[in-house]
Design a protein around this ligand. Structure first.
Ligand code: PLP
Length: 411
């Protein structure tokens, strides 16, 4: 797609054929982008072209097609490196997604570098993917998990964080942006404070990379993870950025082909970075699709996307705030494109089911963040989340559909 000089929504939406359909007789308003985004034609075309004209396994073949596939796969790695401004491609490991990236760090760095009594700091804003791997490791190794609280507006409490840090803190694992509230965390400061006590830091960037430029050198984190499918790319591909010196020290995650230098029955030896962490045939087409997604969003510009999404979020916030009985969760000032809410007397699942009858796709449930739901004293919420292709008309469709829900359930 050619670079757009202004935010040409019609042009952008034309690249997402899936959006041009009706659902239950209404135009589809896809507002579940925090769960997964739709794919532009650039991405589906890149993977289709690869399968139709360039497909082969990578790294192993001596023949032309395999060499070409390897060039494309490694080109995708370089594309990701530049996207998050990592120093070297060796620091970019392809995984199945953010969940696998976090599990990899817990099972390798965590397994070898943490000992009983060591403390790992998380926040109440974490997705289960950034809680459960640490709980599993904690119960296996006798680690202590500490959790930074949030206030009623969903804000990260800086003083509370600082009071949890000590010489016992070995690892801090925080989300960059909350998938439930959209709260943006001050990750650069979080990293600096953790480093000051000698702890390493992982930042879960799943909900950040689609909405803002990320620079891992500037953040200075030790690990940064995200999933391709939330970034307009394919499913089945994710990224683990790791500081080279740490990746060097870490043992492999899985054993198999591609991750070894040599194998004898006495002893295997490991391949260099990043291949040590990529056992088996990788998701080649998905990596190529992810690179196409990055090209696509950069052709629009992350700054332009952020401005557009901020306008949508403000507009939708105002519209929903006008609806009697709507409670907006975590109205932190510094947030990205997520709007979680409840409606008095109506279960969030009913909200999502009814607004779907008006073509509006939103999420309902605990959003894989049950501790945060507990913090707000609710079992579930409804969540609208915006992407680069959403419109004010879609925010209106949500608000109008919610008025209908209210009408059904009474005043
Ligand atoms: N972290 C955050 C903040 C998320 O929002 C999600 C998914 O919703 C994940 C991690 C897990 O991502 P995946 O399921 O793609 O591994």
């Amino acid at each position: 797609m050619a670079a757009t000089t202004f935010y040409d929504l019609d042009h952008i939406r034309a690249n997402f054929p899936i959006l041009c359909q009706t659902v239950h007789g209404h135009p589809l308003a896809f507002l579940d982008n925090a769960a997964s985004t739709q794919k532009p034609a650039d991405v589906t075309m890149a993977t289709k072209t690869f399968y139709e004209t360039g497909y082969a396994n990578v790294h192993r073949g001596a023949y032309w097609l395999s060499e070409q596939a390897t060039i494309q796969y490694e080109g995708a790695r370089e594309r990701v490196r530049a996207f998050i401004n990592a120093r070297r491609v060796q620091e970019i490991v392809f995984t199945r997604g953010a969940t696998e990236s976090i599990n990899l760090v817990a099972a390798t760095w965590g397994q070898t570098c943490l000992e009983a009594g060591d403390e790992v700091v998380l926040t109440w804003l974490e997705h289960h993917s950034n809680i459960v791997p640490w709980q599993m490791l904690a119960s296996a190794k006798g680690l202590i998990l500490k959790v930074v609280p949030v206030d009623d507006d969903g804000r990260f409490l800086w003083e509370a964080y600082q009071s949890l840090l000590s010489s016992r803190t070995r690892f801090v694992s925080v989300t960059h942006v909350s998938n439930v509230l959209g709260t943006l965390l001050p990750v650069k400061d979080i990293v600096a404070a953790a480093h000051a006590v000698g702890a390493k830091v992982l930042v879960d960037g799943c909900q950040a990379v689609p909405h803002m430029a990320v620079d891992v050198c500037d953040i200075d984190c030790d690990f940064y993870v995200f999933s391709g499918h939330k970034l307009y790319g394919p499913t089945g591909i994710g990224v683990l950025y790791g500081r080279e010196v740490l990746l060097q020290e870490m043992p492999p995650y899985q054993g198999g082909g591609d991750m070894i230098a040599s194998v004898t029955f006495e002893k295997p030896s490991w391949a260099g970075l990043p291949y040590k962490f990529e056992a088996g045939t990788p998701a080649v087409a998905q990596a190529i699709g992810l690179a196409a997604a990055i090209n696509y969003i950069e052709s629009i510009g992350l700054r332009a996307i952020a401005v557009h999404e901020a306008d949508l979020l403000n507009y939708a916030t105002q519209r929903l705030a006008e609806i009697r009985g709507v409670r907006l969760l975590g109205p932190a000032q510094i947030k990205t494109s997520v709007l979680s809410f409840t409606l008095n007397g109506v279960h969030p699942h009913d909200i999502a089911t009814i607004v779907d009858r008006y073509g509006v796709a939103i999420r309902a449930g605990h959003h894989c963040a049950q501790p945060l739901m507990q913090r707000f004293g609710i079992p579930a919420s409804a969540r609208a989340s915006f992407g680069l292709y959403n419109t004010r008309a879609e925010a209106d469709a949500l608000a109008d559909a919610l008025e209908s829900v209210r009408g059904i359930f009474g005043p």
